[in-house]
Design a protein around this ligand. Sequence first.
Ligand SMILES: [Ca+2]
Ligand SMILES: [Ca+2]
Length: 168
Amino acid sequence: MNKTILLILCLFGSIVCVNGESYSDTVNVNSAYTNSPISWVHTIPSNCTNITSLTIKIKAYDVDNSDYIPVSINGIQIGYLNGGHNNQWDTTTLTPDSDTLKQISDTNLSSLTVEVNPGGEYMEIDTSELTIEYESDDGGTPVKTPIPFIAIILTIAFMSSIIYYKIK
Ligand SMILES: [Ca+2]
Ligand SMILES: [Ca+2]
């Protein structure tokens, strides 16, 4: 590959990634052991206009079956709690794809309301950890994220290709 193009790609990737704003919020849901819907609210930054990535980790008890208890954010379903944990605690990690994120971003973004619907199955929620990367509508002080893995890999690939061509 043309080395100049590769260098430009590396630099561009690094700049785009480093400028992402990042935010985390943990809610101690502490729900009852129940078969009714459970919901809670994650606050998000007031200047957030678009969510570019989202990860939520939900610690739940006694989720017996897979693909059975749906999880939604602002009414948009993002997946299911992990099943196969009869009378056990387990943490489900969900990362909605870009189409789903766009649907969430199109809702009222003043906060994120999470709901799980046990549909008659008894279960319990302990904690919920939300992490988002987002775009904002002002020039406020952004929280810089660490240089992400992909930028490091691209840089290493670039350096390696230079060394390879030099010794060739
Ligand atoms: Ca059970
Ligand atoms: Ca159960």
